[in-house]
Design a protein around this ligand. Sequence first.
Ligand code: URA
Length: 251
Amino acid sequence: MPTDTPEGERLQKVLARAGIGSRRACDDLIAAGRVSVDGVVAEPGTRVDPETQRIAVDGTPVTTRTDIVYYLLNKPMRVVTTADDPEGRRTVMDLVPDEPRVFPVGRLDYDTEGLLILTNDGDLAQLLTHPKHGVDKTYLAEVTGSPSDAIVRTLAAGVTLDDGPTAPARVRVVQRSGGRTALELTIHEGRNRQVRRMCEAVGHPVRRLVRTRIGPLRDDRLRPGKWRALTNAEVRKLYASTGEADLASGT
Ligand code: URA
């Protein structure tokens, strides 16, 4: 497929609109051979169709399609992460706009709170949920009791669950008070109820669980039940965090 679309828009204008930089800076990126269109290094003067062509800078896709949306939701407790719940409970879909139709990337348990991405970008969803590329996710877990340092080390080294041992995690004690402990755990596996099962396995069941980070994404100001659109820079960072940006850009 030819990369140049004579009736299309100038590539530097499309890049600038996507927040990559000024048109001048985007010109420089193109001249340096750092921009590809449908997997082919773009020449200065290239014109593109931003709705159909895949544009990447340094192999990381640039979001130029206006029909692709990315939401960051702060999921509250007692909301199901599915499109449709047979039991009629509130779902995450009830908390974001109906159109265009999006789907959740991965899932949080009914009682887990915190950050969840919803999008209609199947490539990104696949990269983020694939075990090979899975990005780190951080959780704040309030557990019962006061785990010893040895138990914290065990959680970090890996505990054996009924579906096998967990991969090494980063675990730290945030606060101990009144018979409860706040632990911060960073894992990159996405096994079912993993954090709850890990803490249960070492004798400290989770009382409250909040996801506070997905790869490069954090947001301390987003209130439970609220969503916001990701910025172009955040989408680029997410793609880059999967370490397989080239896969998604087709290069
Ligand atoms: N681990 C859990 O136990 N629950 C979640 O919702 C996410 C990670």
